[in-house]
Design a protein around this ligand. Structure first.
Ligand code: HEC
Ligand code: HEC
Ligand code: HEC
Ligand code: HEC
Ligand code: HEC
Length: 282
């Protein structure tokens, strides 16, 4: 066979192999995203799902849990390892916050603890978008770096300020208590309502909490219910600068520490609330 014919034949074979490989790989790729695509009609592949408009403003503001879970059901179905790779059994280790009276059951995943655990579903009703305000794969870091840009949260899927609301320090100083709550708790009969049945009574009127249930449970079970979100699971050294809603019987002068405080909860936490004036007086 003359040389140029050999070359054409070879080229032909290469083309056929390439086309076949392309088809097979394409099909494999499709199969691997099939469950995802069928769960969410209209989304065809991983990249499109990753860049789904639901991950971005403004769509994320009104996204329902069902819409997110159509693709992310794994976050509720995953469970923690019974044993770490180093051989430490979860059942044998007890974190300090697991000793709170309200803690029940075995170690669960982070999402399960906040969305599905018996206690969390009693006192709160968080949605995906309470914590997740977007997931932009391109936008993980500000470039060039800018320390003044506090709206941007470096490499985090959620803004830690949200966590701070329930995992901050117990602000005993501004409550007129010199000692920390664990030191003074017994003298106060482990009861926050000694003071808080008349102070800052207009509280918890936000769409991710269940204000009536919180008060009811605290009246039954005592201070651990309140302390659980206000110092008992403290991941931070600081406290959250809570909005200071006016309450009945409040003194007209504003204390120094409260000068910069808002008097209303963040607007996005108010949507979907039927009344924000009743307060949650016990
Ligand atoms: C059409 C399917 C789809 C929908 C709907 C969807 N996501 Fe995603 N999401 C993805 C895919 C795919 C990725 C990329 C995952 C990866 O690379 O591991 C992703 C990534 C994420 C990440 C980042 C994960 C990581 O490991 O960095 C978060 C957080 C997230 N989504 C939250 C949400 C929330 C909240 C909603 C609802 C508002 C939502 N998603 C709706 C498919 C979807
Ligand atoms: C209490 C706040 C909170 C709520 C509520 C919440 N998430 Fe998350 N989510 C987080 C945090 C924190 C991470 C880890 C972020 C990181 O690693 O930067 C995370 C991670 C994720 C990831 C990445 C994969 C993983 O498992 O780490 C996905 C996907 C996700 N969340 C989806 C959801 C969906 C869907 C919902 C609603 C059903 C939801 N989240 C509700 C705080 C929350
Ligand atoms: C609205 C209040 C609230 C917010 C906001 C909140 N948490 Fe929690 N968190 C709780 C409560 C209540 C529990 C205990 C739930 C239980 O005992 O079942 C808890 C438990 C935890 C635990 C222990 C989990 C376990 O399995 O033992 C961790 C870790 C945690 N939160 C981290 C975070 C982080 C990080 C964020 C922000 C992304 C966050 N939380 C936002 C109320 C909140
Ligand atoms: C001795 C009375 C007293 C007791 C007991 C008490 N508090 Fe307070 N608390 C106060 C006072 C006073 C303030 C500030 C009121 C104001 O805004 O002027 C306050 C403010 C707060 C604030 C708002 C902090 C801020 O930065 O805006 C929270 C949250 C709070 N208390 C939770 C609790 C919890 C939870 C307990 C029980 C573990 C508790 N308190 C026990 C008196 C008390
Ligand atoms: C599930 C978590 C959780 C529990 C339980 C809880 N809180 Fe709160 N508390 C919060 C969050 C979150 C806020 C801020 C809400 C907002 O943005 O208005 C808050 C706000 C407050 C404030 C500020 C009120 C204001 O002026 O807006 C006080 C005071 C307070 N809580 C006291 C208590 C007391 C007393 C109890 C027990 C009866 C209690 N908390 C139980 C999460 C909790």
């Amino acid at each position: 066979m003359p040389f140029h014919k050999k070359a054409i034949l070879l080229l032909g074979i290469v083309c056929i192999v390439a086309v076949a490989a392309f088809l097979i790989l394409g099909r494999m790729g499709q199969e691997s995203v099939q469950p995802l695509a069928s769960a969410h009609a209209g989304v065809k592949d991983y990249q499109r799902a990753r860049w789904d408009p639901l991950h971005f403003k403004p769509a994320i503001d009104s996204a329902s849990d069902e819409q997110c879970l159509a693709c992310h059901l794994e976050i509720l179905e995953n469970s923690v390892r019974p044993e770490s790779k180093a051989g430490v059994k979860a059942a044998n280790s007890l974190a300090w916050y697991q000793t709170l009276d309200t803690y029940e059951g075995e170690q669960g995943t982070f999402h399960w603890r906040h969305l599905k655990s018996a206690y969390s579903s009693q006192v709160m009703q968080m949605q995906c978008v309470t914590c997740h305000q977007g997931s932009d794969p391109r936008d993980r870091a500000v470039n060039p770096p800018d320390v003044n840009n506090t709206a941007h949260v470096l490499r985090k899927n959620t803004n830690p300020d949200i966590c701070l609301m329930c995992h901050g320090k117990h602000a005993n100083e501004i409550m007129g208590m010199e000692q920390s709550w664990p030191e003074i708790r017994d003298a106060m009969q482990n009861d926050c309502l000694i003071c808080h049945s008349t102070i800052r009574t207009n509280r918890h009127q936000v769409n991710f909490l269940k204000p009536e249930a919180i008060e009811k449970l605290a009246a039954e079970k005592g201070g651990d219910v309140c302390y659980g979100c206000h110092g008992g699971r403290q991941w931070y050294r600081i406290g959250f600068p809570y909005p200071r809603h006016p309450w009945e019987g409040m003194a007209p002068e504003v204390p120094e520490w409260a000068k910069d405080r808002p008097t209303q909860s963040e607007a996005r936490f108010l949507s979907g609330i039927s009344s924000n004036v009743s307060g949650s007086k016990p």
